[in-house]
Design a protein around this ligand. Structure first.
Ligand SMILES: [Zn+2]
Length: 856
């Protein structure tokens, strides 16, 4: 970090404040929010190809309620020529702040002006450079959430100091530039440059301000549809996919405007596809950025892949209201935007595609991660205490993306659809272009429904963990239910009880299911409506997945379900029952081998693509983690044969794709690998399916990981065949799987010390590095990977740390590895949020060790 001193008559040499704090403490944010209002940023950036930084000029206006020193946030750049209300001030950057001295600030409007530079790099900075190796062009884009705007320009980097941004970008004249608002004017500059002025934004939080620049092309010029931009080398591909993307977005805008009773809140809506983008998408106001790979599929896509893409598009779109129009005051309420965006994406999709069984997909995509984290010691309440914004990255994860929408679904069930919708409308209406907290939303629901939600909120929002709900039932001599009692227990054993709402199902042979609504607000309750009903074949407490909690089958029901699962015709029901059985495996209460054998027996007849994909995933997990090597050796040939047969003969193309992926995941014997090589060489074709580059590269990766004798030759061939930008990334990914210690060491050094390596290259190679069969080789990196966590939290984008831990801890299955993780937790001085992340991720390792001990 360089410090540049302003030259003219220095003010503020003596400060009224103590040394500025690191990061943005909540107290500082509160103080500034009380002191400052009416923020306006006038920003000029000059973007130069290949340059390590961008130069800028800023004029910042705001009202102060009293005179006193004020901290601006700014780190990793340089600042000069700072004036405050016309007075020259020392532009000193200290601990990520520039102090505006008290004697320069006065009550009322203040004007700050300065020149600055901000770093630009392939990774680790707020302005990222992507080099397109396909046509040797470059692209620059910003990504600020949660607190990296201050790495691009001096600002008040907290969500509740919304500002109006007026942006001027100077860039090469053949570049397109995109930002939150429409272009106001463009004018030619010197030496092939052009300056673009964007109209001023409505008030938005700093993390929602963005720009992208480079030879982007607009995919279609269809009036009335949202704009979609792509890098020029992918234009043709994008033109094939764009109509669907624009169509679902346009339908989503109509649906959400009417559902929220609020028109689209910003003057325009564009989507920009960014290759290797760190997240699936980021909802900048009026300019969502999407990971290009999430839209333009790199593998042969299934119907589910298309629907997942639609939920991504609708998720980011919902944020325009939920997050951008009305924003959480502080990142402790992150769930307010993420939970609702996630829930509303499914709600919108269910309404736009009534035949798609969308709530089944919600259960499949959302609940496993939610219950996964909530049954670990690393879980947190939905409301997460964040004392300093520099810890906000850790708030992103399954709690806000999975538990929050799961709990919201239960709340919608309790309130009813109309009250739920009216509560959301009221909340948005009362906080347009402003900030709000979770309690504002709860109050809105209470006002429209007349129902107190205080207990509900205290249990579900403020307390961590979840209940396991069990049923005890029996029938009398007349074959009628004479007992039906529900109990709950805290999965973590911390003594909590929750208000649980659910729909219990009494299931029969040859008779319609009886559904009973149940609410369990204490440890124990009788469900009286069940008494006297005909004796069911089995009972499942969470039909239609309204409840949030672990719902295992009682012994009698489980026996009946295992016998009859193949005959359950309702696919949602079937999916829930399989899910419950899998939960029993993870609880070490059902032998993984029994689950695998049941799955292999029923899978050939399973016609639902997403359920088949789920089950195959569970089979692979069980084979690679839970069963012992002898059992695996016995089951693998049968699994390989099934996968290769289904890949060729399944009736639907989606299923053939799923089974191709299954073969790649499971194959390890010489016969299995031979099939994979035949697919790669084209000798064996998956009927009706054209493999895409990443399909091929993942075969090569698997063969390298499994130490196939032909793997290296196949790698060389594939590198010749696909030397595109993507191809180079995938070759890097594939070689991370090489089972050799020297190679592992090179990769590991690269991960921690090569700042020019794009983050998504590293992310994609972490799994292959930690391939399931290489735990002995990778155990040596477990401790160093844990030790690197503080650096990773500091330098990497939001989801990276979790991916890192999942790869390095997830690559292990042994008690020895478990002991190392526990020892590290005991001895290392770690931030609390990192400790929780380790506890969260290592839960799967604990389960693996327990399952292996229980079923040796
Ligand atoms: Zn989101």
């Amino acid at each position: 970090m360089r410090i540049i001193l302003a030259v003219l008559g220095l003010l503020g040499a003596s400060s009224l404040m103590a040394a500025p704090p690191d990061g943005i403490p909540r107290d500082l944010a509160r103080q500034r929010a009380a002191q400052i209002s009416d923020v306006r940023y006038q920003l000029r950036f000059t973007l130069t190809p290949h340059a390590p930084s961008a130069a800028g000029h800023e004029e910042l206006r705001f009202r102060a309620s009293y005179s006193g020193a004020i901290l601006l946030d700014f780190r990793e750049g340089t600042a000069a020529n700072l004036t405050v209300n016309g007075l020259a001030v020392l532009a000193k950057i200290e601990s990520g702040h520039i102090e505006l001295p008290a004697n320069a600030i006065h009550p009322g409007e203040n004007v700050v002006s300065l020149d600055f530079t901000a770093p630009v790099a392939p990774a680790g900075k707020a302005i990222t450079r992507f080099e397109d190796k396909d046509d040797n062009t470059e692209y620059l884009y910003t990504l600020f959430v949660p607190m990296d705007a201050e790495m691009a320009f001096p600002c008040f980097d907290q969500p509740d100091l919304k500002g109006r941004f007026h942006l001027e970008l100077t860039a090469p004249e053949d570049w397109a530039v995109i930002s939150n608002t429409a272009i106001e004017s463009q004018s030619p500059g010197n030496s092939g440059q052009r300056t673009t002025v964007f109209s001023e934004t409505r008030p938005i939080s700093t993390y929602l301000f963005a720009f992208a620049a480079g030879p982007f092309r607009k995919v279609h010029e269809t009036p009335g549809l949202p704009g979609l931009y792509v890098r020029q080398s992918k234009l043709k591909k994008a033109q094939e996919e764009a109509p669907e993307v624009q169509q679902i977005t346009a339908q989503g805008i109509d649906y959400l405007s009417s559902f929220f009773a609020q028109p689209f809140p910003f003057p325009k809506y564009d989507m920009v596809m960014i290759p290797g983008f760190a997240y699936g998408g980021m909802e900048h106001a009026g300019a969502t950025f999407l990971r290009e790979e999430s839209v333009l599929f790199r593998v042969a896509p299934t119907h589910s892949d298309h629907l997942n893409r639609d939920t991504l598009l609708l998720h980011e779109l919902t944020h325009q209201w939920f997050g951008d129009l009305t924003t959480m005051r502080w990142f402790d309420d992150l769930w307010l935007k993420e939970g609702f965006a996630q829930y509303m994406a499914y709600q919108a999709l269910a309404s736009l595609n009534p035949d798609e069984n969308i709530w089944k997909r919600f259960y499949q995509s959302i609940k496993p991660a939610a219950y996964g984290i909530d049954s670990t010691k690393g879980t947190t309440p939905i409301y997460q205490d964040i004392v300093n914004l520099k810890d906000a990255k850790s708030a992103y994860g399954a709690i806000v993306y999975s538990k929050a929408p799961g709990v919201i679904k239960q709340l919608a069930f309790v309130l009813g659809d109309e009250h739920f919708r009216d509560g959301l409308r009221l909340y948005l209406k009362e906080h347009t272009y402003a900030n709000a907290e979770w309690s504002d939303l709860v109050r809105a629901f209470e006002r429209v429904s007349g129902r107190s939600l205080q207990d509900w909120a205290a249990s579900w929002i403020r307390r961590r963990g979840m209940p396991q709900v069990d049923v005890v039932w029996s029938c009398d001599a007349q074959d009628q239910i004479d007992r039906f009692s529900l109990t709950q227990r805290d999965v973590l054993g911390e003594g909590g009880t929750w208000p649980v709402a659910m729909q219990a199902g009494l299931h029969y042979n040859g008779r319609a299911t009886i559904h009973l609504r149940g609410e369990l607000n204490a440890e124990k309750a009788e469900l009286r409506e069940a008494i006297g009903k005909p004796c069911p074949r089995y009972v499942f407490l969470n039909d239609q997945d309204f409840g949030y909690g672990r719902f295992l089958l009682d012994e009698r029901s489980r026996k009946a379900v295992i016998e009859k699962l193949g005959e359950v015709s309702d696919v949602f029901e079937r999916t829930l029952l399989w899910g419950s059985l899998w939960d029993s495996v993870r609880e070490a209460d059902l032998a993984p081998r029994d689950f695998v054998q049941l799955a292999l027996r029923l899978l050939p007849a399973e016609t639902d693509e997403s359920l088949a994909q789920n089950l195959i995933g569970h089979v692979a997990t069980a084979l690679h983690r839970y069963v012992n090597p002898n059992v695996r050796a016995e089951i693998v040939p049968q699994s390989e044969a099934l996968a290769s047969n289904q890949m060729l003969h399944s009736p639907s193309q989606d299923l053939r794709i799923i089974w191709f992926r299954a073969l790649r995941a499971i194959a390890e014997s010489p016969e299995g690998r031979a099939r994979l090589k035949e697919v790669l060489s084209g000798k064996l074709a998956v009927p009706g399916v054209e493999l895409r580059p990443l399909d091929r590269w993942t075969i090569v990766t698997a063969l390298i990981a499994l130490h196939d004798p032909e793997a290296e030759a196949l790698l060389a061939t594939e590198q010749k065949r696909d030397n595109s930008g993507d191809g180079q990334k995938y070759a890097y990914m594939a070689q991370a799987a090489r089972p050799e210690s020297a190679s592992k060491q090179r990769y590991f050094d690269d991960y921690l010390h090569d700042s020019s390596r794009p983050e998504d290259w590293i992310e994609q190679s972490l799994g292959p590095f930690n391939y399931w069969n290489q735990s002995e080789l990778t155990l040596a990196y477990l401790k160093p990977a844990l030790e690197a966590l503080p650096q990773i939290k500091r330098e990497r984008k939001i989801f990276f740390a979790l991916g890192w831990l999942n790869a390095f801890i997830g690559g292990q299955q042994s008690a020895a590895a478990q002991a190392q993780v526990r020892e590290f937790l005991r001895s290392a001085a770690l931030d609390k949020d990192l400790q929780l992340k380790i506890l969260e991720v290592s839960d799967e390792l604990d389960r693996t060790v327990k399952i292996r001990q229980r079923y040796p």
